[in-house]
Write a protein that binds this ligand. Structure first.
Ligand SMILES: [Zn+2]
Ligand SMILES: [Zn+2]
Length: 468
């Protein structure tokens, strides 16, 4: 791992949340794309932000309209950005970030006389001229730490320009997504490039466009890529035999075969595939039409996506029900959403337990759940126990290798009976866009970087079928 981790710097109040915020202060950056103002990792909860500008929203706030700038110049020092949200970001780093040189100086050394007892977290005020991020407390410390900073300066510069590009006011034609797939179209899911090409995405000709779009599509397309006929997951190598059974079961719903009715008429069964996103956060806030890109890949199957968890807050355009109450809404005849603020184990029990789930029709995805995070690991445990009871496939993502490994270790420490269905691997359809942790800009992650999967042991679908 190139950069020091700083888990201890993460705020503590998220213990009350179902899911740890996935990205540290990354959530601020994410929210810009996700049309939400949730900033749950701020230690100072009183600190609030204007709703971020979004490229999905035609309703640019009046105060920002004057700041739309030339897309030709995308680099600004954060504090001098024409976009208020970027200046806010600089202020956040100024308040909550860390100067790596001060941090290093404060490390206890072998020389006891040199021990520093009065180390205070020194926030960066000095902006690197090359990436525009506040990186160090002073120019002096910047120069002292420059060799180390140079390792991630280019990545920060890219993030800077990406964020300004999103808010430049240019016409973002890369967000014009293709409509339904023709029945003779063959989509290949080998990687993002080939997917975009074979699926007919119109304007995906720069890496920057791919970064913008992948950040949204990583959620639905990661799901699709697990089941799709051209899935990049390798059978036996990554998908275990048990995993193959689970995926084969779900494919009977996703790729229905024509059946013959008693009266001799053929028909196509149309069972709904139910996708449960447990501990949903950013994925719940996606504009609903993003999920059409999942439905389009399986043109014969209706989908019902359940966003479960206290942070499952829908996008603004979704008509909501009573505050705090579950509600459902449909985008079209083939795509329905349910938002339920319950913890999963409460939801599961309220539904009447594992008998309500069917491994042929139901599948779970946990996007960066953070099993390993002390504030949430105990909350996850009863939920994981019930997920295992369903005998349905459960897929989990993490934002980098360390995150994935920590979650797996914590999961194993629950000491529950399970089968691997997917060995951990890098996710082909991770977000290509870097998220920068504003509490420590050395930390940069990619949403859904890795993926793995498990399922409750004793997979007895045939026996259950016999009992029906
Ligand atoms: Zn310093
Ligand atoms: Zn720099």
């Amino acid at each position: 791992m190139m950069f020091a981790r700083a888990h201890s710097l993460l705020p503590t109040f998220r213990g009350a949340l179902r899911i740890r915020p996935r990205h540290g202060l990354f959530s601020v950056s994410e929210s810009a794309v996700m049309r939400t103002t949730r900033t749950p990792l701020l230690r100072n909860t009183a600190l609030s932000f204007a709703r971020p500008l979004s490229f999905f929203s035609p309703s640019t706030p009046e105060s920002e309209k004057a700041t739309i700038f030339s897309p030709k110049k995308l680099f600004y020092p954060l504090s001098k950005s024409p976009v208020r949200e970027m200046r806010d970001r600089a202020a956040l780093i100024n308040n909550y970030g860390v100067c790596p040189v001060c941090e290093e100086d404060a490390r206890p050394t072998a020389d006891a006389n040199k021990q520093q007892h009065d180390y205070k977290r020194t926030a960066p005020k000095y902006e690197c001229p090359d990436c525009g991020y506040p990186t160090h407390c002073s120019k002096e410390h910047y120069l002292k730490g420059k060799a180390d900073h140079d390792k991630y300066c280019a990545a920060l510069r890219e993030a800077n320009e990406d964020e300004h590009d999103l808010r430049s006011g240019r016409k973002m034609s890369e967000f014009e997504f293709p409509g339904p797939q023709g029945f003779d179209e063959t989509v290949n899911m080998a990687n993002w490039d080939i997917f975009f090409y074979t699926r007919g995405f119109p304007s995906m000709d720069t890496d920057r466009s791919m970064r913008h779009v992948s950040k949204l599509l990583t959620y639905p397309i990661t799901i699709a890529s697990v089941f799709h006929q051209s899935s990049p997951l390798k059978v036996d190598k990554e998908i275990t035999p048990e995993g193959l059974r689970s995926i084969a079961a779900l494919r009977t719903t996703l790729y229905p075969r024509q059946e013959l009715a008693k009266d001799g008429v053929t028909f196509l069964p149309t069972d709904t595939l139910r996708i449960y996103l447990v501990g949903a956060r950013a994925e719940a806030s996606l504009p609903p039409h993003i999920w059409l890109q999942l439905a389009h890949l399986f043109p014969q199957t209706p989908f019902h996506v359940y966003f479960i968890g206290p942070e499952a807050i829908p996008a603004r355009e979704v008509p909501t029900g009573e505050p705090g109450e579950p509600f459902s809404t449909s985008l079209d005849a083939r795509l329905t959403f349910t938002y339920d603020p319950s913890l999963y184990h409460d939801y599961h029990d309220r539904l009447g337990g594992a008998n309500n789930f069917d491994p042929y029709r139901d599948v779970f995805f946990l996007f960066s759940p953070g099993f390993a995070q002390p504030p949430t690991r105990d909350v996850w445990q009863p939920s994981v126990a019930r997920l295992l009871e369903t005998k349905c496939a459960v897929f989990v993502t993490g934002f980098d290798e360390e995150d994935v490994n920590a979650d797996i270790k914590a999961f194993e420490q629950y000491h529950m009976e399970y089968d691997w269905i997917l060995k951990p691997r890098e996710n082909t359809f991770r977000s290509l866009k870097r998220d920068v942790n504003l509490e420590d800009v050395r930390q940069q992650i990619f949403a859904n970087w890795g993926i793995w999967g498990f399922r409750g042991k004793r997979y007895e679908v045939t026996q259950e079928e016999a009992e029906k």
